[in-house]
Structure formats: structure tokens, C-alpha cells
Design a protein around this ligand. Sequence first.
Ligand code: ADP
Length: 304
Amino acid sequence: MMAFISVNQVSFAYNGKSVLDQVSVAIPKGEILWVLGPNGSGKTTLLKLILGFYRPDAGTVLVNGCPVLNLPSRILARDIAYVPQVHHMAFSFRMLDVVMMGRIPHKPFFFRYSKEDEHLAESAMARLGIVHLKNRPYTAVSGGERQLCLIARALTQGARTFVMDEPVSGLDYGNQIRLLTIIQSLAQEGYTFIQTTHFPDHALWMDGQVLMLKNGKVVREGSAENAITRTSLSDLYHLDMDVTQTRSGIRVCVPDALTSQIKKKSRTDTSNDQTKEGRNRQSGFVLIKSKKGDKGKWGRDMSM
Ligand code: ADP
């Protein structure tokens, strides 16, 4: 499949300090690209280069075969929506007004919003479960709700490509999962997503392509299934990890440090139970457990 966005051998430095070194990645339409890497590895900078905010020191970024830096910003804004990590607004616009701002790239210099704009904005808010907040000031909602508002604005913009910086990081667990399912259904409708994340599990659950960055270099890329492994994650985060499969077939990442703590705790619990059991058997009581892992209840030993 032809790449919709291609990053070719891109290098970039802030004030002489190299941040990205010969990074290449090709993203076809309708694909989800997950950019993983420790803090400071260059993920946000890569997104900004893809959006044409910065000029690479070397290499090129092409959108639909055209250098992103040659595309007029208005045209780019219609095709690609950016959802930043933190976003502050000086004025207390209503949430609905912020979402409607997504229509600006479609408007002439002087304009009024139409009923159609309002309808598009409200349906995007409904899709993200925040339509009840439409009259609340943007400055008086939680960070997570603001994040959902920006995603609704991106949908209203009509862009078919979303570039998102850690989109789920400020969301509660329910909203994280809801947003992931929205992303998945939009990708199935042909939308393209390029997003950074600190949750490799999300890439495993939703599939797509993975790009792992470390110190500004690509250390691994490929399908989530192939790229997210015990070895690649352990190398990326300097943390021993396991990637294991649940009974329902979903793969999850489990840090070894947690596994050994839990094993130690369950060994201690079992040996405490056994000591108590020994003491109480003599007095005619046994620990009765209804299922494995159950703490159990002490009852009369009927075998005595
Ligand atoms: P990540 O998103 O992986 O955390 P960033 O792309 O934000 O990484 O940053 C990569 C490196 O570039 C970091 O060392 C960061 O401090 C530096 N950096 C980011 N933005 C700027 C900037 N505007 N000016 C100077 N250095 C920056």
C-alpha cells in the first residue's frame, strides 16, 4: 500500500542538540501508528515535524507525495488534525465553541457558524460522550474532558488524519477504553492515526504499526504483534517485562518487578495459612477454602 505520510531519513536538533537521528517511517491511509519510547526520546518532536511545524535538518516529510513544508497551512489543517498533550486557552469559550473552531479551515476570512457547523460539532461531542458539557466553559472542565473536547474538534474539522500526543494520558480508565474503541472504529472507517503513547498494551489490544524511539533513533518498528516483545520493551524502558497472553487471547505487558513481588506475597500468604493450619488441626479446626486464592474460613475438621 502506498504511504500517505512518509518520513524519510529525518534528523533534527534543537540549538545544536540532536533529538532525532535519521528517522524513517511510512504510514498508509487507515493505519494506526503508535510511537513508543521513554521520555525525551523525541516522540513529540517527530509529530511536530510530521505536521510541518519544524523544518528537518536533514531528510523529508511527505504528505500524499508532497513535501509537508510546501503545503499551505489551511489545506494541511483540513486534512490533518493535531491533538496536543497539554492545551491552555486564555479565554473561557464554551466547550461547543471550541469544538466548532474545527470548522475554521473550511470558512472564508469573515464568517458566521451555520446550523450545520453546530450540528457537526454536537454530533462529534456526542460520539465522545461529552455533549452534556457543551455549555460549560473550556477553562472549567477537567484536563481529560478538555482532551476529549480537542478530539471532538479534530473530528469536526473533517480531517481524516489525526496526530495525537498521548491522547489517553489524562483520561480516566473508562474514557481511555472508550477513546480506544472510537479510534479503532474510525480506523476501520479509513481514518489514519499517528499517536504517541506510554501504554504498549494499547498498541497490542488495537493492533496497528509500532515505531520505537530511543535517544532519537528508531530501535524497532513493525506490526504491534511482532514489535512488542519481552526483549524490545525491556530494552526500550530499561525494565524487565513479560508479554503474556490472557485466557481470552489478549496480550498484556507485565513488569517482572511486579510479578516477583506478587509471587513473594502469595508465598508468604500460603506459608502463613499452613502454619495456622498446623496449629489449628490439633485443636480440631481446618481452613476451608471455596476456591483457589480464597482466604478461606476456619471450620470444624470433620475427618477427625
Ligand atoms: P518525548 O516526546 O519523547 O518526551 P520530545 O520530542 O518532547 O520527547 O523531546 C526530545 C528532546 O528534545 C528532549 O531532550 C527535550 O528536552 C528536547 N526539547 C523538546 N522541545 C524542545 C525545545 N522547544 N527546545 C529545546 N529542546 C527541546
